[in-house]
Design a protein around this ligand. Structure first.
Ligand SMILES: Cc1cc2nc3c(=O)[nH]c(=O)nc-3n(C[C@H](O)[C@H](O)[C@H](O)COP(=O)(O)OP(=O)(O)OC[C@H]3O[C@@H](n4cnc5c(N)ncnc54)[C@H](O)[C@@H]3O)c2cc1C
Length: 354
């Protein structure tokens, strides 16, 4: 059977991937979305989302993602809940491998997001969304006049801690060393903030919590240990914000797509979504380590679909016809390639089906 060639493949199913799918499907690009095994992205890990516009009383993260998924399907996006395992962006159509399945695409949107790093201690997963979070902007407002703990010692932890003192009655930064890694300016701000205190040389061993009569869980404290003395104690808290970093989901793109020194995908146009590889677009947390919000990721997914549509049009791919114009098209291994800029050192092969 001939391999399938699609006009557009979207890799990832968070707010950026699903939004790109809605826009691309409505533009008759018949997008194929590789949603991954954990479809829906990071918001599947949380409870209330109160800052996504359009939901006056907030919405549960999984419900929001379920709505986005249904909306993309309604307009004809095809979703496959499998993980892309390999890509070949060195020639067009681009080759996308998902296990044993190979798909070719004229254009690709990479929206594989990022993963927050967690402490990986007992209780953390149980109380995630019930006091345990990795996003101060998202969840800080739930803890007005409550005790908050932030774990971490870098700039992000200090910035989140300073931000969270708008809500916290008092805030403790727990750090496993006796000095912070953050910049001097951020340290000065944190030391000057009267609501912030520090627990040095300390690690969290367990997140403690309880369920109320209605079965609703909440975080009540942390069991911590001093790494120098070995002394253990329980620190009462209503919230734990883990701020030890994020990891972009870009392993499969190493050497295939320009990544920065932290592994984030790079767009050549800072206001758009085009990567240095013509026809490959990057959107959402996979390239954005600054804002990291559902709405900004969705906005980038919209931009990426519009950028891809325009790019396909400019490159002679029919974008205004309904149906599978390109699906099922035969790939001829010997056919001449059309030239694209390539990554230094990545060989150019001949492959073309258009
Ligand atoms: C606990 C928590 C609470 C949050 N709360 C809020 C909030 O209240 N408000 C807010 O605005 N933001 C919130 N955020 C941040 C928000 O979730 C992210 O900014 C947003 O989800 C980023 O969207 P994205 O589409 O870029 O990527 P993601 O949501 O990270 O989705 C990426 C998707 O790509 C898939 N994927 C990865 N690799 C592959 C592959 N190889 N093949 C196929 N698929 C792949 C993943 O499985 C995932 O489904 C929260 C985040 C967390 C962790």
């Amino acid at each position: 059977m001939a391999d399938e060639v699609r006009k557009l493949v979207i890799i990832g199913s968070g707010p950026s991937g699903y939004t790109a799918a809605v826009y691309a499907a409505r533009a008759n690009l018949s997008p194929l979305v590789y949603a991954g095994y954990q479809y829906g992205g990071q918001l599947m890990l949380t409870t209330d989302v109160e800052n996504y516009p359009g939901f006056e009383h907030g919405i549960m993260g999984p419900d929001l993602m379920g709505n986005m998924r249904a909306q993309a399907q309604r307009f004809g996006a095809e979703l496959r809940d499998t993980e892309v395992t390999e890509v070949d962006f060195s020639r067009r159509p681009f080759k996308i491998t998902a296990g044993k399945e190979i798909t070719y695409a004229e254009a690709v949107i990479v929206s594989t997001g990022a993963s927050a790093l967690w402490l990986d201690v007992p209780g953390e997963e149980t109380y995630r969304g019930f006091g345990v979070s990795s996003c101060a902007t998202c969840d800080g407002a739930f803890f007005r006049n409550r005790k908050i703990v932030v774990v971490g010692g870098g700039d992000v932890a200090l910035e989140e801690a300073n931000f969270l003192t708008r809500f916290a009655s008092d805030l403790t930064i727990i750090h496993r060393r006796d000095t912070l890694r953050g910049s001097k300016a951020m340290q000065d701000r944190a030391f000057a903030n009267k609501k912030i205190s520090f627990m040095w040389d300390t690690v969290v061993e367990e997140v403690l919590g309880e369920k109320n009569a209605n079965g609703i869980a909440k975080t009540t404290g942390l069991r911590v240990k001093n790494v120098k003395t070995g002394e253990e104690q329980v620190v009462p808290t209503d919230a734990l914000f883990v701020a030890i970093g994020h990891k972009p989901n870009t392993e499969i793109f190493a050497g295939k797509l320009p990544l920065d020194e932290r592994g984030y995908a790079v767009a050549v146009d800072p206001e758009g979504t085009a990567s240095a590889i013509e026809g490959v677009f990057v959107a959402g947390d996979v390239r954005d380590y600054r804002y990291r919000q559902a709405i900004t990721a969705a906005g980038e997914g919209c931009k990426a679909a519009m950028d891809a549509e325009r790019w396909l049009e400019e490159h002679g791919v029919e974008v205004d016809l309904e149906g599978e114009v390109y699906a099922g098209m035969q790939v001829e291994p010997g056919a001449p390639a059309y030239e694209t800029p390539h990554l230094p050192g990545v060989p150019v092969h001949a492959r073309s089906g258009s």
